[in-house]
Design a binder for this molecule. Structure first.
Ligand code: DQA
Length: 145
């Protein structure tokens, strides 16, 4: 199967960005780990990070045409703001898991609302870089049927 991993704004700064909240792993290290795990299970995994809402919207739209079977997405700040990204995921109807490094429920109140959680397959938050690993594990189990 083809798995797409999407990362929202400021996640390109992982490794140096508020490490007490987000950990020390870089985005490149996280993506490499995910690609390796997916390949070992016989799947293909590609990743994209963007700080721009329209780039993420267009990548989700393209996923409807390129054989993407499953999406892992950390919408970052767009979690709490982006009706456009929500609508794109709803439009393509590709199953997705919402991922957060930090426990968004233990932070500022504005992080408790997500435009994605109500139609995600599931939500994983609070485990740092391991949140992505757990999300991929859940996706692989689901893809295995
Ligand atoms: C985040 C949580 C969001 O509230 C924040 O805006 C981020 C990262 C996380 O992974 O913990 O940029 O999605």
């Amino acid at each position: 199967a083809n798995i797409l991993v999407l990362h929202g704004p400021n996640l390109n700064l992982l490794g140096t960005r508020e490490p007490a909240l987000y950990g020390h792993a870089t985005l490149a290290a996280i993506d490499a780990d995910l690609a390796h795990t997916a390949q070992a299970a016989g799947h293909a995994l590609t990743s994209l990070q963007s700080n721009a809402e329209h780039v993420l919207v267009e990548r989700v739209q393209a996923a409807a045409q390129d054989g993407t079977d499953f999406i892992l997405i950390n919408p970052a700040a767009f979690t709490h703001t982006s009706i456009a990204l929500r609508d794109a995921l709803a439009a393509v109807a590709i199953p997705f898991i919402e991922v957060h490094l930090s426990n968004v429920h233990a932070r500022e109140p504005f992080r408790r609302h997500s435009y994605f959680s109500d139609f995600a397959v599931g939500v994983i938050a609070g485990f740092g870089a391991d949140s992505y690993r757990f999300a991929l594990d859940a996706a692989l189990r689901r893809l295995a049927g």
